[in-house]
Design a protein around this ligand. Structure first.
Ligand SMILES: Cc1cc2nc3c(=O)[nH]c(=O)nc-3n(C[C@H](O)[C@H](O)[C@H](O)COP(=O)(O)OP(=O)(O)OC[C@H]3O[C@@H](n4cnc5c(N)ncnc54)[C@H](O)[C@@H]3O)c2cc1C
Length: 454
């Protein structure tokens, strides 16, 4: 309570990243009362430790035009280097490197212009729960150091990878699904100005190496002729190395960084798995990283975060128009998300679990012998499928003879990618059928993991 009466809004959105700002904007524009809070002070809004790269198809998918003002650089694709750097896959795809802070602030300003109220330096501590419903959120005013409550018909968790509210829901809520720490990468990244021109300004580079970046990769994303976004992410598995230490040990020692200057640096978490299976509850919705919507292979999460916000805002409007913010009325959000992106994400999670198990020798061998080809990687990234045609299969068996187990595992991966993708396409059309669907998916995954590790 700020004044004497408890405050009430139609929607309270916790977290003003791309997902939160977008959902707040859309709902405020539809005439609902919206409160958008963020723990950051005003001057830091819009900032995020990120690679800032996004495929143009993401904007097309959500029907948004990206203004030149928000584009720092344009890229034509990505080059993926094997650990020994002898094999390079060149994957084409038009994308941009965002002026991230400007873009983030623009989204928040659009929310304000549409009528949303924004409170900065405000930490969402926990959801307020009454029986089976979320009815509001407890907030901590970081400047005045006091705790108060606001009530809402729907609370949105868009707090990013920390998922503060979702994780604090009672266990009986499906949305509180626990996520293994191994399903995150921790990444350190810097923005640097180089002393000499970048060779290829229109290609991003991804370097695979389980020595330098176990369970992750390191990257260079060109921002201009002399400026780069460079970082290193590692899977948070047992005894994982500090990414900053590896960054300074293996990357910055390279000659291209001689006399370079740091403009910005920082670390952050990257979700790298399938989406939260039911990111909704009575009076509650989780979007973006809080719902684990990023791509499990490369961690690209800006596009899916915006997509989830768009689909969630439609479901929220429907629920509020019906006068009942129940899980049933919000269900179209996960249903549409799974069909538009979640199914592919689930398939890529199968691939990710395989990749994270490989040694550098396997990666070098697999890429050099083309057990996986550039085309396979392209199709996997667009369709979430690893297609191995009959002829290719025979050829690959010949090529792969010295490592038949690798080829066998690859076939297993292709099979389960398809199975899990189909499972997510068949997401239940109502919450009633969810427990059966969920258990089936968990069994599928358990079976895959036992075969993968055997
Ligand atoms: C190092 C790194 C590199 C990446 N590179 C790329 C890339 O090149 N391309 C790409 O597409 N994606 C990339 N990603 C992923 C991408 O940044 C995220 O997927 C995306 O920003 C998710 O948006 P979001 O709105 O869900 O969360 P966020 O952008 O994380 O926003 C969450 C907001 O919530 C606020 N918040 C957190 N907790 C609370 C709380 N309790 N109360 C109030 N406010 C709170 C935070 O201050 C923040 O403003 C990268 C991520 C990292 C870490």
């Amino acid at each position: 309570m700020r004044g004497s009466l408890p405050e009430k809004f139609d929607i309270v959105v916790a977290g003003a990243g791309v997902a939160g700002a977008m959902i707040a904007k859309r709902l405020a524009a539809s005439g609902y009362s919206v409160l958008l809070v963020d723990r950051k002070p005003e001057r830091l809004l819009g900032k995020k430790v990120c690679g800032d790269a996004i495929g143009l198809h993401h904007f097309k998918n959500i029907g948004m035009e990206i203004h030149e003002n928000f584009i720092r650089n344009r890229v034509r694709g990505v080059k993926i280097y094997s650990p020994n750097t002898r094999t390079v896959f060149s994957i084409q795809g038009d994308g941009v490197v965002l002026e991230r802070e400007r873009f983030g602030r623009f989204l928040i300003k659009s929310a304000v212009n549409s009528g949303a109220e924004v409170r900065t330096s405000t930490y969402a501590t926990k959801p307020l729960v009454n029986g089976d419903s979320v009815i509001g959120v407890e907030l901590f005013d970081l400047k005045r150091r006091h705790v108060y409550r606001v009530y809402a018909r729907i609370v949105v968790d868009s707090t990013g990878a920390v998922a503060t509210l979702r994780r604090r829901l009672p266990r009986k809520f499906w949305a509180s699904e626990e996520v293994s720490i191994e399903d995150y990468n921790i990444a350190y990244r810097e923005i640097r100005v180089l002393d000499s021109e970048i060779e290829e300004i229109d290609f991003m580079s991804i370097y695979l190496s389980n020595t330098i970046a176990p369970g992750g990769y390191w990257w260079i994303i060109p921002r201009s002729k002399y400026e780069i976004n460079i970082g290193l992410g590692v899977q948070m598995r047992e005894k994982y190395p500090n990414p900053k230490i590896n960054f300074y040990r293996y990357i910055v020692t390279k000659s291209i960084f001689n006399r370079s200057r740091i403009l910005h640096s920082g670390s952050a978490l990257v979700p790298t798995r399938r989406p939260i299976a039911a990111p909704v509850a009575n009076g509650f919705v989780a979007v973006g990283d809080a719902a684990m919507t990023a791509n499990p292979i490369h961690g690209g999460g800006i596009g899916p975060a915006m997509m989830s916000a768009l689909l969630a805002s439609r479901a929220i409007e429907h629920a509020l128009d019906e006068g009942d913010p129940s899980i049933e009325n919000l269900w179209s959000y996960p249903l549409n998300y799974m069909r538009s992106y979640g199914a592919k994400q689930a398939a890529l999670d199968i691939f990710r679990l395989f990749l994270q198990k490989l040694e550098d020798d396997d990666l070098n061998y697999g890429m050099e012998k083309r057990l996986i080809t550039e085309e396979d990687v392209y199709i996997a990234s667009t369709d979430g499928e690893l297609r191995i045609s009959t002829i290719d299969k025979a050829m690959r068996v010949l090529r792969g003879l010295t490592r038949p187990s690798l080829l066998f595992k690859l076939k297993l991966v292709a099979e389960y990618m398809y199975a899990l993708k189909m499972h997510y396409y068949n997401y239940p059309s109502s919450p009633r059928e969810f427990p059966r669907w969920y258990n089936k998916g968990e069994n599928l995954l358990a079976k895959y993991l036992s075969k993968l590790y055997s």
